[in-house]
Design a protein around this ligand. Structure first.
Ligand code: HEM
Length: 125
């Protein structure tokens, strides 16, 4: 593994998790607002949302490239990437309708991405 026994991997993964807070955190607030929760308008948070996504894509690919063999054989990583593609497609299509169904689907998909990603470390074969 490229970054083994270095501080670089945990630093990159920590930045990945900070990206998660900005990207998925703002999505959750916006979706809960669409579902009727008393949450202030989140339109102004859009730049944070998409900067968070950019951070996650860059740090995610960096971690993946640090040990491609490990991740390509990790079933939780496969599930994560499949759900991630579905969640991103829904984010840039269906979710723009701002319906309660789209908000509920978005919350379910991103929760599943996070659960599958968290499981990666437990499914090394
Ligand atoms: C944009 C949405 C994304 C979300 C919500 C997400 C979420 C997460 C979460 C929650 C973790 C676990 C962090 C931890 O255990 O401390 C993680 C780790 C990871 N993510 Fe992502 N991620 C995203 C994008 C990506 C992308 C695009 C890739 C690369 C193709 C990627 C590759 C990884 C890798 C390799 C790990 C480390 C797993 C490990 O070794 O434990 N992620 N991600």
């Amino acid at each position: 593994m490229l970054l083994e026994n270095t501080w670089l991997f945990p630093v990159i993964e920590s930045i990945h998790v900070m990206g998660l807070a900005a990207f998925v955190g703002t999505i959750v607030l916006a979706d809960l607002r669409t579902l009727g929760f008393q949450i202030p308008d989140t339109q102004q948070l859009k730049p944070w949302m998409h900067s968070g996504l950019a951070v996650m894509l860059v740090t995610g690919v960096a971690m993946f490239l640090s040990d491609t063999a490990r991740y390509l054989h990790n079933p939780a990583f496969h599930v994560k990437v499949t759900l991630l593609v579905l969640a991103l497609v829904a984010h840039f299509t269906l979710r723009r309708s701002e319906t309660r169904f789209a908000a509920a689907l978005s919350l379910a998909l991103w929760t599943s991405v996070v659960l599958a990603a968290r499981a990666i470390a437990d499914f090394d074969v």
